[in-house]
Design a protein around this ligand. Structure first.
Ligand SMILES: [Zn+2]
Length: 337
């Protein structure tokens, strides 16, 4: 009897002790769980959590690499910047699958933009490629790069808690970590085919955004439309970033905040090169006709070799989207505080 008692004590302490030490960081999987879905429930979204999970649970993962019901698993600690539980999000008007397989899963990292709504309009699309250029035998179309920038910006803004409409959508292209983006004309304007004639095309997106804005303007503290372009001008001219604002004070003030923030980032990350960010009013159809405050961004000159180096580099496209996101967070504070 005594022997049996001792045996049970050892077994119990052997399994309870680690349970006790890590009690808060362990959880049981639910029916149908794989490692990814298990981690997602704990808002561990980044793929590096999978590696950490496997290291922590090397003895608990079954022979097929899966999870066993009734076994408790250690949850990897949160990385800096990640939080659990995930901040509550408003109904997101844009489905995440638009970002493509590699980018569709992401954590909401803050509520910095929780009362903000953005209409991101990727310039051109459908039958209209925008500016074109040739690099190393590749014919490159502006609309594909506008779209990649737009997706990166939209995703970033969502991560900060904003509601975001990707007004121009392409169900086949997510975020592409490539230099040469293949061309297609499958883009739609919020599901509608994009017409051929320029004026119909612009009208279509303006009307769509104005419709949406009528329903959104009282729901949010901060609403903004951003149209994304790449400029096309004399190849000698390096332009970095141009911002055009509509004829209202919100658009103007926001474009100056954006310029100042992006300028700050350039100084920090590329101190040795000047930045020729330019802000001006321009009487463009789209800016004139949109009801929400609106700006147009021109990210570099497609014909300039140095601007193009940065447009073609996916890391740079992401960096510019990140800087613009920081800038919107700053501007949101300015407007709402
Ligand atoms: Zn354009």
């Amino acid at each position: 009897m005594k022997l049996r008692y001792i045996f049970i004590t050892i077994v119990l302490s052997g399994c309870l002790f680690p349970m006790f030490v890590f009690a808060q960081d362990m959880a049981y999987p639910i029916e149908g769980d794989g490692i990814l879905s298990f981690l997602r429930r704990w808002n561990r979204i980044d793929t590096s959590y999978v590696r950490e999970f496997k290291e922590l649970n090397i003895d608990r993962i079954n022979a097929q690499g899966g999870l066993e019901l009734g076994t408790a698993y250690l949850i990897p600690p949160l990385h800096p910047g990640d939080v659990y539980p995930a901040p509550e999000v408003i109904d997101q008007p844009t489905e995440r699958k638009i970002f493509g397989n590699k980018y569709k899963d992401f954590a909401i990292v803050s509520d910095n933009l929780k009362d903000a709504c953005f209409y991101i309009i990727s310039g051109h699309g459908g039958p209209d490629p925008g500016a074109t250029t040739r690099v190393n035998g590749h014919e490159l179309h502006e609309d594909e790069y506008n779209y990649d920038f737009s997706l990166r910006l939209a995703r970033n803004l969502m991560m900060q808690g904003a509601a975001v409409y990707m007004v121009i959508q392409d169900e086949y292209d997510g975020i592409r970590d490539e230099r040469y983006l293949a061309n297609n004309n499958g883009e739609t304007c919020w599901g509608e085919p994009i017409p051929k004639s320029q004026i119909d095309r612009l009208k279509q997106r303006v009307e769509k955004v104005n419709d949406l804005y009528a329903g959104d303007k009282d729901k949010f503290k901060y609403v903004f439309a951003v149209e994304v372009h790449i400029d096309s001008r004399n190849p000698k001219k390096q332009i970095d970033l141009f911002l055009y604002y509509a004829d209202n004070p919100q658009s103007r003030l926001t474009s100056y905040t954006l310029r100042d923030e992006v300028l700050k980032q350039y100084k920090k990350h590329q101190p040795n090169r000047g930045f020729s960010g330019n802000v001006s009013y321009r009487n463009l159809y789209i800016l004139r006709e949109l009801n929400p405050p609106a700006i147009m961004v021109e990210v570099g000159n497609f014909q300039n070799t140095r601007d193009r180096l940065r447009i073609l580099d996916p890391n740079n496209r992401q960096a510019i989207a990140n800087w613009m996101t920081n800038a919107f967070v700053e501007d949101y504070k300015r407007v709402t505080e």
